[in-house]
Design a protein around this ligand. Sequence first.
Ligand code: NI
Length: 220
Amino acid sequence: MHARDFLANGFAVVDLGIPESEVVWLRQVLLDLVRTRGTDDRIIIQDLVPSDGPASRLTQVLEPEVLRPRILRSTAHRSARSLAAGLLDSDAADLRFFGHMMLKGPGGVAVPWHQDAAYWAQGRHRALSVWLPLADATIAGGCLHFVPGSHHGELLPHQRIDVEPGILLEAAGVREEDAIACPLRAGVAAVHDCMTLHYSGPNRTSLDRPAFIQTFLSHW
Ligand code: NI
């Protein structure tokens, strides 16, 4: 069912059967890594949007699996890898993988419309990302939105937005009226193709919106 949705729309909602205790653990991993920033240079933690207060509003942790290899043995990872292998028609062991975690705090800004492929300068990949909310992702809290079928189109031109120390990219010519919101319960994932246009809204709630994003790539 989700394979058909994924092919037709470029995204699908998938319950990977992740135990609630594991969702709680992953959320704690994210919060711990953010709290201990700067104490281990193997991990990169970026505040993507400068904050005007002491609290970080949009914080990205790159490759949390490097410091917390237990992530690679989790149901969240193993089920996502197996899902990706099926959707990319590839052997699970051959897929390249990297993870990142995003913490969008209260007042956190939107991540602009983009296709993930725009972030990868060279190479032609088949790739997808499994986006797993570690707390309920509501419309008010800044869940993902997708443009169904946009993965069938070309890579759109993207404008670079510098948000020291990182960058964000914004696609030009997005038909936002075609987009649909994708609120998710904690622990239920949405998988999207690297060509699917997506965006996440601002966080207008008083709660954090933590998420674990797993990207899988297969060369063609
Ligand atoms: Ni993205």
